[in-house]
Design a protein around this ligand. Structure first.
Ligand code: SAH
Ligand code: SF4
Ligand code: F3S
Length: 416
């Protein structure tokens, strides 16, 4: 039997797409290779969101040359956001790669009938479903719309049908993914929205939890906030990237909201769904960002106290509006310093929020075992570890929290 290996970096979209590729290869008779060296087919699922991600992909490709020498039958395919329409140029840049296919696409050498609708036969306890491809927002710094194209929603029927099948096959939690899930349905004939989709999926018997990401502050609707408040399976956790706290920077980023509007939205969400966990993304060192403008981001984080902050130093991406219009003029050491300041602050905030969980009991959906310990997440998305000798995979258990850090919680099972 031929062996395959998939290497993945980047966001949840890539992870979701890699899961689908795994099930495709297994359905057509491939088996996972024990290591990349043993594979007959290597798929690289790439990310180019920042130069550092692109560098990782390029160096990975570099390591594959020697593998081809040892195994002349080896085929290598590159997908993900490094793949642009100019495959001739890519082929010249990466002669070792045999096939290129765009992010979210399917391997071109495999019959289309086989790739039409692949659903994993053994999904994970928590499984991603892609509900919308692409992005129409063109935030000035971002490469995604150029690599993933315009928004294209899958139909409600298709998604619900896939969700049912995944649950029948063992999934307990579904995570709906898209670059901007708030745009879901805008391009479909009867314009369903994410709230309506959640309502339909919430009805599936056997499903325990439902999450979604990523939200866009300019598009998040009251209907969606209501859906989080009222639908029992929808978890109290959202990802709401702020990107910056200064209005001039937000405007140059083309985010479509002011920091006052963002603050207001967070207040509305928290008023309607008390205790909701909110995480955010922040970019530091955007072109022209002054000390004062950076401080506005710090103040936003201090004031709103997010559960988590994904922090990135601005990286100019060729082809984007920002890379054409602005000079990447914040020195690397200043960016580094700003990243460190935000990381430290967020670490402190998360530690305080998590310390507030001590002695409380949370419901954990058990996702797996690592180094002898069970792990899973609370409804608010906190990673929880505990010991137990029984097989609890896929069950929702009550855990009393005994230890807390910035990153995770530890506790023990409460008798039910
Ligand atoms: N669609 C989501 C996430 C997109 S990419 C959103 O709208 O927020 C994930 C994160 O990468 C972004 O939220 C942003 O913080 C970061 N990012 C995107 N482009 C970047 C760039 N050129 N430099 C640094 N960080 C970037
Ligand atoms: Fe990029 Fe903005 Fe689209 Fe997010 S919303 S993927 S940051 S262009
Ligand atoms: Fe990276 Fe593409 Fe996701 S650039 S972050 S893999 S959309």
């Amino acid at each position: 039997m031929p062996l395959y290996h998939i290497w993945t970096i980047g966001c949840q979209m890539n992870k979701a797409e890699s899961e689908r590729l795994c099930s495709l290869f297994e359905q057509i008779g491939y088996q996972p290779a024990a290591s990349i060296e043993e594979a007959d087919l290597i798929i690289l699922n790439s990310c180019v969101i920042r130069q550092s991600a692109e560098n990782k992909v390029v160096s990975k490709i570099g390591t594959l040359k020697s593998l081809k020498k040892n195994n002349p039958g080896l085929k290598i395919a590159l997908t993900g956001c490094l793949v642009d329409p100019d495959t001739d140029r890519l082929q010249k840049r990466f002669p070792v790669v045999d096939y290129f296919f765009k992010a979210g696409g399917m391997p071109p050498w495999i019959d289309k009938r086989l790739t039409a609708n692949i659903i994993p036969s053994k999904p994970a306890v928590s499984t991603f479903i892609n509900i919308i491809q692409g992005c129409n927002n063109f935030c000035s710094y971002c490469i995604v719309p150029y690599r993933r194209g315009r928004e294209k929603s899958r139909t409600v029927d298709e998604i619900v049908c896939e969700a049912k099948t995944l649950v029948e096959r063992g999934a307990k939690e579904l995570i709906l993914v898209g670059q901007n899930v708030d745009s879901y349905g805008n391009d479909l004939p009867d314009k369903p929205d994410l709230a309506a989709l959640l309502e339909d999926i919430n009805k599936i018997d056997g499903l325990k939890r439902l999450r979604f990401l990523t939200n866009h502050p300019k598009d998040m609707s009251d209907r969606l906030i209501d859906a989080i408040a009222t639908l029992d399976k929808v978890c109290e956790e959202i990802n709401l990237p702020a990107q910056a706290g200064d209005d001039q920077i937000l405007n140059a980023m083309r985010r479509g909201y002011t920091s006052a509007q963002y603050r207001n939205l967070v207040k509305r969400i928290r008023a309607r769904v008390p205790d909701i966990a909110i995480s955010t993304d922040i970019i530091v060192g955007f072109p022209g960002e002054t000390e004062e403008q950076f401080k506005a981001s710090v103040d936003l984080l201090k004031e709103l106290r997010f559960d988590n902050t994904h922090i990135a130093a601005y990286s100019a991406r060729t082809g984007t509006i920002a890379s054409r219009e602005y000079k990447d003029n914040v020195p690397p050491e200043v960016k580094k310093e700003r990243v460190a300041i935000v990381e430290k602050l967020q670490g402190e905030i998360a530690a305080e929020i998590n310390a507030g969980m001590l002695d409380k009991t949370v419901e954990v959906l058990v996702e797996g075992k690592k180094q002898g310990k069970w792990h899973g997440r609370s409804r608010r998305g906190k990673l929880v570890f505990f010991n137990n000798k029984n097989d609890l995979l896929g069950q929702v258990v009550k855990i009393k929290i005994e230890k807390a850090s910035s990153w995770s919680l530890q506790g023990s099972l409460v008798d039910m």
